[in-house]
Design a protein around this ligand. Structure first.
Ligand code: UDP
Length: 415
């Protein structure tokens, strides 16, 4: 057994890791390519950073390719993202041309790798035209959607569906996100890496040091939301909830920590709005962190009494999983992937308004035994359901199904 997987056995169990070895045997030597549009920032990059080396350790030849473009490309794909999550957006032909031309330009360099690959995972809409640009492809192509597409703005989905429909299969994080498509759709929830800098245990001294670096008083209650500065994460709603809760718990402090992703052009504007909204209160700490501040985020999650993720739409919400793994109850928006993780009243609370969030914050801070109990349940829930080893197992099973499954697979639902 190799070292990296051995260390996962200690957290997830020997059986889990042995199972991974068994599943990977028929896949050894297979050429797999993952393609997305950023190497840092956001959940997809976070997952690939670990999934890719682990697959390599299992003997699979994996590459992670990142497509890049100019400002118009990212403006267009951010509008796709907003549209897929239900916001009516208008996207000009100039932007759509930039989207298709950027993919064509990236395809020039990637075509030999992609056409030779046995399995290609295309993450989210940014690189979705690549399939069409690789006419001599040999392998199976998977569209892996990480976004909450439960109620997309129809014109955006109609445009993107043309590309997606040509894939062999799609993978969504939640059943509620599935779409009418002419191919099989699979369900794989994301996961966190318990051994990454973001999630490993930290000494109490380090947690306190990080708090003092940001002027936080560890002896007073802290509520925390970690997120890209994105309107769907509702940072202004979090500030409102904090203000309401503070009338009952005057010692309360709020930390909104986040950074940008290289493929997210709206971050700076949203950060400015959040800074303006929180400027009058020294107990509101708005931290714009560098992309590699994983250990700092880990420490902040450990320092927090309560973790919030008050998103209005959320594909999954790795920040929820990360908070729960640190034994914190999470108060999360009643939406998308948060519903998979926050079992209402057990691992946290689902809320729809700042008022609802404030009530739950107040309740937890005034009932410390419940806070502790819910935090412990949250951690176990993550151990059972949302560790990287589970996602890796499901990825391997999918690759097996695609390459060897025809004779054995029973189709329960063909759209
Ligand atoms: N993250 C980070 N730095 C930041 C903001 C977020 O490292 O400034 C990480 C966060 O810890 C999580 C991921 O980025 O691992 C965000 O994933 P999530 O699914 O919560 O949201 P997304 O950004 O994909 O919408």
């Amino acid at each position: 057994m190799t070292t990296m997987l051995e260390s996962y056995a200690r957290v997830a169990g020997e059986d889990v890791v042995n199972h991974l070895y068994q599943l990977s045997l028929p896949l050894k030597g297979m050429r797999v390519v993952h393609v997305n549009s950023t190497r840092v920032g956001g959940g997809v990059a976070e997952i690939l950073t670990k999934l890719v080396p682990l697959k390599r350790e299992l003997g699979i030849q994996v590459r992670w390719e990142v497509i890049t473009g100019e400002a118009d490309f990212y403006t267009c794909t951010k509008s796709f993202h907003n549209g897929l999550q239900g916001t009516p957006v208008s996207i000009s032909n100039t932007l759509l041309n930039a989207f298709e031309e950027t993919n064509a330009r990236n395809a020039e360099g990637l075509r030999p790798i992609l056409e030779e690959a046995d399995v290609v995972f295309i993450h989210d809409p940014q690189p979705v035209p690549l399939l069409r640009l690789c006419p001599n492809r040999k392998g199976k192509w998977i569209w892996r959607c990480h976004i909450d597409v439960s109620h997309p703005y129809r014109p955006v989905w109609k445009y993107l569906r043309n590309f997606v429909a040509e894939y062999d299969v799609s993978v969504f994080s939640l059943a509620a996100f599935s779409q009418s498509l002419p191919h099989a759709q699979y369900l794989i929830a994301p996961s966190i890496d318990p051994l990454s800098e973001k999630n490993i245990d930290l000494p109490e001294t380090e947690v306190r040091l990080v708090c003092s670096r940001f002027g936080l008083d560890c002896d007073r209650p802290v509520m925390l939301q970690v997120s890209r500065f994105d309107r769907f994460k509702d940072p202004l709603g979090v500030i409102e909830a904090y203000r309401l809760a503070k009338t009952f718990v005057p010692a309360l402090q709020l930390v909104l920590a986040g950074g940008g992703a290289t493929d997210d052009p709206e971050g700076e504007a949203v950060l400015a709005e959040v800074q303006a909204a929180g400027a009058d209160d020294p107990d509101i700490h708005i931290l714009a962190l560098p992309a590699d501040a994983h250990r700092t985020i880990n420490a902040l999650q450990r320092a927090a009494d309560i973790v919030l993720q008050k998103s209005l739409k959320e594909g999954f919400g790795l920040t929820v999983t990360e908070g729960m793994w640190k034994g914190k109850p999470v108060i999360g928006g009643d939406t998308g992937g948060i519903r998979l993780q926050v079992v209402n009243h057990h691992t946290g609370f689902l809320v729809n308004t700042p008022e609802g969030a404030a009530l739950r914050i107040r309740y937890l801070l005034q009932h410390r035994d419940r806070l502790q109990e819910m935090g412990e349940k949250a951690k176990e829930f993550v151990r059972e359901n949302f560790l990287l080893t589970r996602q890796l197992r499901e990825n391997l099973a999918l690759m097996l199904a695609l390459n060897y499954g025809d004779e054995d697979r029973i189709e329960l639902n063909t759209v």
